[in-house]
Design a binder for this molecule. Structure first.
Ligand code: SF4
Ligand code: SF4
Length: 161
């Protein structure tokens, strides 16, 4: 089993690769449009190997966008009124999105488990998006996400080799 990259090393690692990855996108945009299957197989290979419970960097540092449906689901699990959940945990950010009032996420435990895992926001479920259809459309967003997430770093690093 290969070693898991420490998320603390990512800013330096990605800064060294970012320009090369962006050049790769410019050169291979057309080719990438047909490469979802390859990207997804890299995603499954990497996620199998990386243990999110030893990382939790996304839950510590990124604020997921929260929808009304997410609020309903979380409130039900926490047996709270939606309005109480909103006033206790959420606020509207400068882009007009509903997000947690502060990060690390209030539902992240000291053991890196999510206290509302089954009811977590859709954005948390979908992160880090490396299994998304038409991955080429989020290639640049993924370069940004690689600063936070070891899975994204490894997928991009393998894809661009
Ligand atoms: S999704 Fe990425 S950033 Fe989040 S815990 Fe897993 S490896 Fe870490
Ligand atoms: S709700 Fe759970 S999965 Fe989402 S950021 Fe918080 S701890 Fe992480």
């Amino acid at each position: 089993m290969s070693k898991q990259i420490d998320y603390k090393l990512l800013p330096a690692l990605v800064a060294r690769k970012e320009a090369e990855w962006k050049r790769f996108l410019i050169k291979n945009k057309k080719k990438l449009e047909g490469l979802d299957l390859h990207v997804h197989s890299l995603h499954y290979e990497v996620t199998e190997r990386i243990d999110c419970l030893t990382c939790a960097n996304c839950c510590r540092s990124l604020g997921p966008r929260i929808t009304d449906k997410d609020v309903e689901r979380m409130a039900k699990t926490l047996r709270m009124k939606a309005t109480d959940l909103i006033s206790k945990y959420l606020h509207i950010d400068e882009d007009g999105d509903m997000v947690f009032q502060s990060m690390p996420c209030p539902f992240l435990g000291a053991d890196n488990y999510c206290a509302i895992y089954e009811s977590r926001p859709k954005a948390c479920r979908e992160y880090p998006h490396t299994d998304r259809k038409r991955f080429y459309q989020i290639f640049n967003l993924s370069v940004k996400n690689a600063y936070t997430c070891p899975i994204v770093y490894e997928v991009l690093d393998n894809l661009t080799k």
